[in-house]
Design a protein around this ligand. Structure first.
Ligand SMILES: [Zn+2]
Length: 289
């Protein structure tokens, strides 16, 4: 058997295994809805995608799975917007549940795909990383969203909207938390879309040859997240901010249910404790010499 065929089989087998693991909520549709101002939810029950509309076209955050793309498109159209008007595609981080559909979104819309510098390698070739990521590897990046070295921040501008990228690494090397301002009821609010502060099953926080400074990066992420002013709390998965529960509370002319600064603070504090606990546990498991 040729080497090429072997690799192909391995990749297909791997993809199958991952598909089998996907929670059902990831592929369950969810009603698209306005969060505030020009910010809309167009994701599934379990995978968050956000549409930010502008007079010059739209920004989409998270292409999600390849099978999510038709759902995201339908949600966009249901809200009265054209999917073909998506001009810029961004992601929360380079894991397949947020970016496997990126090649398809680019194909359908011609959108510019902007990825945080530190996540570019894995976006271009998933074999670059030591943890499983499934995605089409032939994505041509048109623009690299590189944070300035001192601040780890970058800006994306379209039609008067400014999105700021904050490098919040650890979960992936280029994990990105997006912030912007949104106006609601005559007031300006700070929107935060958390990239992910989670330490996944199997992550090595100690003696990680592929990612030696992973623990320091998580610590940096919590410093950044705690420094961000947040009124409207959003994230890469709806479960970060209680999306379903908040959606159920939406009432016509009622208060904006997504304004939740306390929920944000509690979430970040709880996730930091979970990280510190995992770090302590892994340090104590190290062989003593
Ligand atoms: Zn992830």
């Amino acid at each position: 058997m040729s080497r090429f065929a072997l690799r192909l089989i391995l990749i297909l087998g791997f993809a199958g295994a991952l598909t089998g693991q996907n929670p059902q909520s990831w592929t369950t549709p969810f009603p698209p809805h306005r969060i505030a101002d020009n910010v809309y939810y167009v994701g599934s029950r379990g995978l968050a995608s956000y549409l930010i509309t502008t007079p010059d076209g739209h920004i989409l955050i998270n292409s999600s799975l390849e099978s999510s793309v038709p759902m995201i498109r339908a949600s966009t159209e249901k809200l009265g917007f054209r999917f073909s008007d998506v001009k810029i595609l961004l992601v929360s981080h380079a894991h397949w549940d947020h970016n496997a559909g990126s090649a398809l979104v680019k194909e359908l819309t011609g959108a510019k795909y902007m990825v945080m510098e530190q996540d570019v390698a894995v976006t271009e070739d998933w074999r670059e990383v030591g943890f499983p990521v499934w995605q089409r590897s032939n994505i041509a990046l048109q623009t690299r969203q590189s944070g300035s070295r001192s601040q780890g921040r970058g800006r994306v501008k379209l039609g008067g909207v400014v999105l700021t990228a904050h490098l919040t690494p650890g979960h992936t090397k280029g994990c990105t938390t997006w912030t912007m301002k949104a106006r609601d009821g005559g007031k300006d609010y700070n929107v935060v879309i958390v990239g992910s502060p989670n330490v996944n099953e199997g992550y090595k926080l100690v003696n990680n040859a592929l990612y030696p400074n992973i623990a320091d990066d998580y610590a940096r992420t919590f410093r950044v997240l705690k420094s961000l002013p947040c009124d409207i709390f959003l994230g890469a998965h709806g479960e970060y901010y209680g999306m379903e529960e908040k959606y159920a509370r939406i009432k016509p002319n009622g208060p904006n249910v997504f304004i939740d600064p306390d929920g944000y603070r509690h979430y970040v504090a709880e996730r930091e404790q979970a990280f510190l606990k995992a770090l302590d546990r892994q340090k104590s498991e190290r062989p003593q010499r």
